[in-house]
Ligand binder design. Structure first.
Ligand SMILES: NC(=O)c1ccc[n+]([C@@H]2O[C@H](COP(=O)([O-])OP(=O)(O)OC[C@H]3O[C@@H](n4cnc5c(N)ncnc54)[C@H](O)[C@@H]3O)[C@@H](O)[C@H]2O)c1
Length: 248
């Protein structure tokens, strides 16, 4: 028996990087995965290469889009077992340089996007007899990084949101678990783009720090565990996956 056999999963931001790896790993272990992203071309290509996978164009900042995705999952499969709130972006600008517009963009995509995902997925998950929500935070939520205040604040909100959602679902007796994952540097297009946007002297240091960075498959294995019933006693907490980056 595969580890998530028969489960219906939604992964946001699944056209690239960690989300694409999550979708791949979940299908390898028997799940059906709905991949969503604003990047239609790449999202459809990733889904097209996987068994039991479909792609839906979806902007996580739009509430109507969330309602449509959940309605489509209900129509096609009649249930929802796993939601991975993974979509994200990062721009480098210190608190002095970051515009309010840029700050709000980070909150909209990651903090509000995860909130909307939980809000709209919970009723269908509850009707399905329970499920697992996995919200993607970052080590940037737990340590100070001067060049990404907007990103760090959005990722911090995701940690707090996850605990609140977990308590709510337990109090309601829905059988829905909610946890956050806290990755350090992993080798994805986001990390590569972030590195290349740094001034040369900082980029050298960042490259050295990134030497211990993981592969998207490393995060996908953690997501798989949290999606599976192997983690059925785990809710309201977070898991750091950073090769020791924040241990000291
Ligand atoms: N890569 C890392 O080192 C790292 C570390 C910590 C946390 N994370 C988090 O993991 C998640 C995935 O990151 P990644 O490295 O795979 O990045 P990525 O850039 O490779 O993929 C992010 C995906 O999110 C999509 N996206 C962006 N805005 C969207 C929106 N409004 N609606 C729907 N989709 C949208 C993009 O189109 C893209 O496909 C992000 O939340 C990121 O913050 C990544």
């Amino acid at each position: 028996m595969a580890r998530v056999e028969g489960k219906i999963c939604v992964v946001t931001g699944a056209a690239s990087g960690l989300g694409a790896a999550d979708a791949r790993r979940l299908t390898e272990e028997g799940a059906t995965v709905v991949l969503t992203d604003v990047d239609e071309g790449r999202g459809a290509a990733v889904a097209g290469a996987l068994p039991r996978a479909v792609f839906l164009r979806h902007d996580v900042t739009e509430e109507a889009g969330w309602a449509a995705v959940v309605a489509e999952v209900d129509r096609r499969f009649g249930r929802l077992d796993v939601l991975v709130n993974n979509a994200g972006l990062v721009r480098f600008a210190s608190v002095e340089d970051c515009s309010l517009e840029e700050y709000r963009l980070h909150q909209r995509v990651m903090s509000e996007g995860s909130f909307l995902g939980c809000k709209h997925a919970i009723p269908l998950m509850a009707r399905s007899g329970g499920g697992s929500i996995i919200n993607v935070s970052s080590v940037a939520a737990t340590k100070g990084i001067g060049v990404i205040p907007a990103y760090s604040a959005a990722k911090g909100a995701i940690l707090s949101l996850s605990r609140s959602v977990a308590v709510h679902c337990q109090e309601k007796g829905y059988g829905i678990r909610c946890n956050a994952i806290v990755p350090g540097a992993h080798d994805t297009p986001m990390t590569a783009a972030a590195m290349s946007s740094l001034p040369q002297e900082e980029a050298g240091l960042a490259q050295i720090q990134a030497q211990g960075q993981g592969k998207p498959e490393d995060v996908a294995n953690l997501v798989l565990f949290l999606a599976s019933d192997e983690s059925r006693q785990i809710t309201g907490t977070h898991f750091v996956i950073d090769n020791g980056e924040t241990m000291k």
